[in-house]
Design a binder for this molecule. Structure first.
Ligand code: NAD
Ligand code: UD1
Length: 337
């Protein structure tokens, strides 16, 4: 299948391109490079021997998208392009609604014009807000606590309305839990700009000496060790979830929603200790106040994805932290060296 991958030079998109190529698909990457580097394409080529076609541009630019669809005969779209910093979204909500919501609507409009009717969208477990219980199933109530989360929820709702009016489309909404890890080659990984917002990139930068110590946001949650519990999933397992959705859902009209998580919760301190074991060094940390908007526990019930897609995460916590450490230690400054 020829698959248009928006945001394909980003963290999850680049790993998905590798898995697509490995399974005989042809990814066509578009990205405006606002949060990634073109060098990622070299790394994909180093790993797979194939360099994805690439066009630099913005999903909000209709003329650009028309050119892309005219140049390539696309079967399906996997849509990763978006902004994802929760804190920034609170400061600059319009930037997030413009990029994530308007950008997606524009993409769908141009897909429709090009008669491409299969779409996989990157959603997030953030759409469950503060869940009443865990593990979380797909039919749990949704809500948003910040503009980033609201942009994901708005897109989900827009796409469901759109599907109602266009029932021959296949639209898959994948709700990711906490993507971590890196490609086993150590050539691709997560490369946040500025201070990392997320736990594992911060821990990795402490381990490599770029930061002095980790702040642990709260140790008074109602969890076994008092620190927040999340469902960390290896980015390559996550990428494989897209391949499974592409194989199973691309030609099944409907709106399909799946959790992509492992079903296992780990605390902040469990992550720190696992990382210490993988990197064979200690990670200094101090307990800080809770971060605004954080919840105690969040982990998936992945049973529906397993039953329907035949997909399940296979990489364990040791592999996640080992692969993160390999990437970080081989590329202390990410792709920006
Ligand atoms: P990323 O920032 O590494 O990748 C996103 C890519 O999209 C970047 O390369 C960026 O340059 C590009 N992009 C952004 N806006 C664009 C635009 N208007 N036009 C063209 N390209 C644009 O992020 P990621 O971690 O790979 O996340 C991919 C998707 O998954 C995002 O939609 C994100 O919201 C979603 N998601 C991520 C996580 C996570 O923790 N990483 C969790 C849940 C959902
Ligand atoms: C964050 C986002 C969420 C997004 C998710 C996956 C916020 C408020 N939420 O959630 O919208 O869907 O990432 O990308 O940003 N922690 C520390 N110290 C740190 C960083 C994190 O103790 O320096 C803790 C957090 O309190 C949490 C856990 O580590 O308990 C995981 O944090 P993080 O990686 O930011 O993910 P989420 O909180 O799940």
């Amino acid at each position: 299948m020829k698959v248009l991958v928006t945001g394909g030079t980003g963290y999850i998109g680049s790993h998905t391109c590798i898995q697509l190529i490995k399974q005989g698909h042809t990814p066509v990457v578009i990205d405006n490079l606002c949060n990634s580097k073109e060098m990622v394409l070299d790394r994909i080529e180093q790993v797979t021997g194939a360099r994805p076609a690439f066009m630099q541009g913005d999903i909000r630019d209709s003329a650009f998208l028309k050119k892309v669809f005219a140049e390539y005969s696309i079967d399906s779209v996997i849509h990763f392009a978006g902004l994802k910093a929760v804190g920034e979204s609170v400061e600059k909500p319009l930037k997030y609604y413009d990029n994530n919501v308007s950008g997606t609507l524009n993409l769908v409009r141009e897909m429709q014009a090009a008669n491409v009717k299969s779409l996989i969208f990157s959603s997030s477990a953030t759409v469950y807000g503060d869940p009443a219980s865990v593990p979380i199933k797909e039919d749990f109530p949704t809500s948003a606590t910040n503009p980033y989360g609201r942009s994901k929820l708005m897109v989900e709702e827009c796409l469901q309305d759109f599907h109602h009016a266009n029932p021959d489309w296949s639209i898959t909404l994948l709700r990711y839990f906490n993507p971590v890890g890196a490609h086993e080659s150590g050539l691709l990984g997560e490369d946040p700009q500025g201070t990392p917002n997320n736990l594992l990139p911060f821990v990795a930068q402490v381990a490599v000496g770029r930061r002095e110590k980790l702040g642990v946001f709260g140790n008074d949650y109602p969890t076994p060790d008092g620190t927040g519990v999340r469902d960390y999933i290896h980015v390559v397992d996550l990428a494989d979830g897209h391949l499974a959705a592409l194989d199973k859902m691309a030609h099944q009209p409907g709106t399909h929603i799946f959790n992509l998580g492992t079903g296992q919760g780990n605390s902040v301190l469990e992550m720190v200790h696992a990382f210490e074991a993988a990197a064979k060094r200690s990670i200094p940390y101090e307990i800080k106040p809770r971060r605004a908007g954080d919840i105690a526990e969040c982990y998936a019930d992945p049973a529906y994805a397993k039953a329907t897609l035949g997909w399940t995460a296979t990489r364990d916590l040791q592999t996640m932290v080992k692969d993160t450490w390999r990437w970080q230690s081989k590329n202390p400054n990410g792709y920006w060296d």
